[in-house]
Design a protein around this ligand. Structure first.
Ligand code: C2O
Ligand code: CU
Length: 417
């Protein structure tokens, strides 16, 4: 385990902004980073009234704001985040969605740590070694907690970057209103812009970049030679991120509503075809020639008779959390999951601790750039095959990221040891 990471202790207070601290020594496995000051942040979870379009909304906030402060770092940094809970009775944790941290930093209450109760704190520490767009959110009572505002953006910048302007668009629906309407960036025509699109809701959103663009990365992983497209929409699953590179004038429409524009561009029309990430970009052979373990997950709906009153549960292989058996693999195994959706609703699947390589959908092999995802929509009737090498030890949550579904049973665990 990383030394000194993840235990609760008393730290000097900070106001949610980065400041330098003494050198830290942490890492995944036995790797060590020394001699560089940590990027330190403090997030205090508290109920607060926030203003949404002139209306007061009772929210759950980090540092009084929704979304919480952006946590950003550059590859090679050490990130240290002190989480405090002021008055969230359901407890709070930080899960680094899509960022593959060591298990004891993963923020799953009852699995990797206890929920942080009011008056308590927990310190997370991990190395910034995976450039890309991520987000963080509470994993304690996550259905209600994320919806009410306990989330924020996590960015890891590469050491050098080719794009001049970053625009981060973490779409979230707070009390029926889609946040944010980002400030119109004063971007002169001809400037390349990297839009970092993040879906923090529990349902799919439809994004239409108005102008020609290329999808440079999905779920924090760069695509191989992405072509330039236009007149094409993107469906981003719950929890998913797309990095879109455009040249101003440019615009972004989300679910038919103009959310951002630069250089005078206007809204995109509805009805555009949707880009299929499985056939996009330059194909290359995947790394897996054989699989040590194959698991099938059948997603469905069933009656849960365990409580006082029967209720509908979202099930995996006929069972609901916490009655779904743990799936165990050996460290280093190449693992394949077949995910079958037999229900009538979309299930945005999310495995903690890993990105998975998409092998096929409905029996048709993925033919585009190798696609390493941490969040993907399994639509009704679909079968996805994905694979990964189990090189990150620990007990990992594996669940539907429609958080009410996860809360209603669609959550299981993978043990890697
Ligand atoms: Cu974004 Cu288990 O969560
Ligand atoms: Cu679901």
């Amino acid at each position: 385990a990383p030394s000194g990471a993840g235990h609760a202790h008393t730290a000097p207070s900070g106001a949610g902004h980065a400041h330098t601290a003494p050198p830290a020594s942490v890492g995944r496995g036995t790797a060590t980073v020394v001699g560089k000051p940590a990027r330190r942040f403090t997030l205090t979870a508290a109920t607060a009234t926030v203003n949404v379009n002139g209306r007061n909304v009772q929210a759950w906030t980090f540092n009084g704001q929704v979304p919480g402060p952006e946590i950003s770092a550059t590859v090679g940094d050490v990130i240290e985040v002190t989480l405090r809970n002021k008055d969230i009775d359901r407890g709070v944790t930080l899960h680094w969605h899509g960022y593959d941290v060591p298990n004891d930093q993963d923020g799953v209450p009852g699995v990797t740590q206890e929920a942080v109760l009011p008056g308590h704190e927990f310190v997370y520490r991990f190395r910034a070694d995976q450039p890309g767009t991520y987000w963080y959110h509470t994993h304690s009572a996550s259905d209600i907690g994320v919806r009410k505002g306990l989330y924020g953006v996590l960015l890891v910048h590469p050491a050098t970057s080719e794009v001049d302007s970053d625009v981060v668009v973490p779409v979230h629906t707070l009390d029926g209103v889609v946040l944010p309407a980002p400030e119109e960036a004063a971007v002169p025509a001809g400037t390349p812009v990297r839009l970092r699109l993040i879906n923090t809701d529990s349902t799919t959103h439809r994004y239409a970049p108005g102008g020609s663009y290329r999808v440079a990365a999905i779920d924090g992983r760069e695509l191989r030679d992405p072509p330039t497209v236009s007149g094409t929409a993107l469906l981003i699953p719950a929890g998913g991120r797309y990095d879109v590179v455009m040249t101003a004038p440019a615009a972004l429409t989300v679910d038919g509503r103009l959310l951002w524009s630069a250089g005078g561009a206007t809204a995109a029309p509805d009805g555009w075809p949707v880009l299929d990430p499985l056939t996009y970009g330059q194909s290359a052979p995947g790394p897996f020639a054989r699989f040590d373990r194959t698991f099938t997950l059948v997603l469905d709906r069933g009656l849960d008779l365990r409580g006082l009153l029967p209720r509908y549960a979202h099930t995996v292989n006929g069972a609901a959390d916490p009655d779904i058996p743990v799936q165990s693999v050996r460290l280093g195994d190449v693992v394949r999951f077949r995910i079958v959706n037999r229900s009538l609703v979309v299930h945005p699947w999310h495995l903690h601790g890993y990105h998975v390589l998409v092998l096929s959908r409905n029996g048709r092999p993925a033919t585009g750039s190798p696609l390493w995802l941490d969040s993907f929509d399994v639509r009704p009737g679909e079968v996805w095959e994905v694979a990964f090498q189990a090189d990150n030890p620990g007990m990992w949550a594996n669940h539907c990221h429609n958080l009410p579904h996860a809360d209603a049973g669609m959550m299981l665990h993978l043990m890697v040891s």
